[in-house]
Write a protein that binds this ligand. Structure first.
Ligand code: BG6
Ligand code: MG
Length: 212
């Protein structure tokens, strides 16, 4: 099948901001007296919205919090996270990622970002990628986060391509499910390999170039 477009998840695929998300949630968890927030909990936060990610932390609190308190907790985590983003620069784009993006572009394959994150524009700016992609769809554009396919369907429509013409690249099970639900082929990296549901398995992003 000819691939006309590739839609990349952002956190954990194009950059390592997934680690910053973990560290910021861990800080919030400790502030709330939750000492047993783990990387396995964090894996369930991959791909899902900020408020849904907060619920994963609060599952372990045993306390009921009001909506106002929850919003304050999410803001607190986001401020810590944004502080971490301040250290990012184009040098945080790995050689492998840069090579993959440049090769796709040289081959005339359209590229897009499909991320649940509302911080997507700020991160792309930090990486020097604000003007690179043919389309961006992110947490600011959608009402249903992964595993709902909304963000990927929006990215494909902004590329003027059909899902069947595109590959979605994901590091999260929720994102693999979202891609498959939208009718895309899905290439999995990292944590998403464990679920075994993706169409393709990648060791590194540039393996994508072998399956086009
Ligand atoms: C996704 C991350 O990309 O964005 C999730 O995988 C995160 O862990 C979600 O919760 C929302 O991010 P943000 O930046 O809007 O809080
Ligand atoms: Mg991700």
């Amino acid at each position: 099948m000819k691939t006309k477009g590739v839609i990349f998840d952002l956190d954990g695929v194009l950059c390592s901001t997934d680690e910053y998300h973990y560290l910021a949630w861990k800080t919030l968890a400790e502030k709330l007296g939750i000492e047993n927030f783990t990387r396995a909990d964090n894996a369930r936060q991959r791909g899902v919205s900020r408020m849904e990610s907060l619920e994963v932390v609060l599952e372990k609190s045993g306390k009921a919090y009001s909506s106002e308190e929850k919003l304050r907790f999410a803001d607190y985590k986001n401020e810590i996270y944004k502080e971490m983003l301040q250290n990012m620069s184009p040098s945080d784009l790995s050689t492998d990622v840069r090579h993959t993006l440049e090769t796709l572009s040289a081959k005339g394959i359209k590229t897009a970002v499909g991320s649940s994150s509302k911080n997507t524009p700020a991160i792309l700016a930090r990486l020097g990628l604000s003007n690179f992609f043919d389309a961006v769809a992110d947490g600011n554009d959608i009402t249903r986060s992964k595993p709902d396919p909304e963000v990927f369907l929006l990215a494909a429509s902004r590329l003027s391509l059909l899902p069947a013409d595109c590959i979605v690249v994901e590091d999260a099970e929720s994102g693999v499910d979202a891609g498959l639900a939208g009718g895309f082929r899905v290439a999995a990296l990292g944590d998403a390999l464990k679920c075994g549901k993706a169409t393709y398995a990648l060791d590194t992003l540039s393996d994508l170039l072998k399956i086009l």
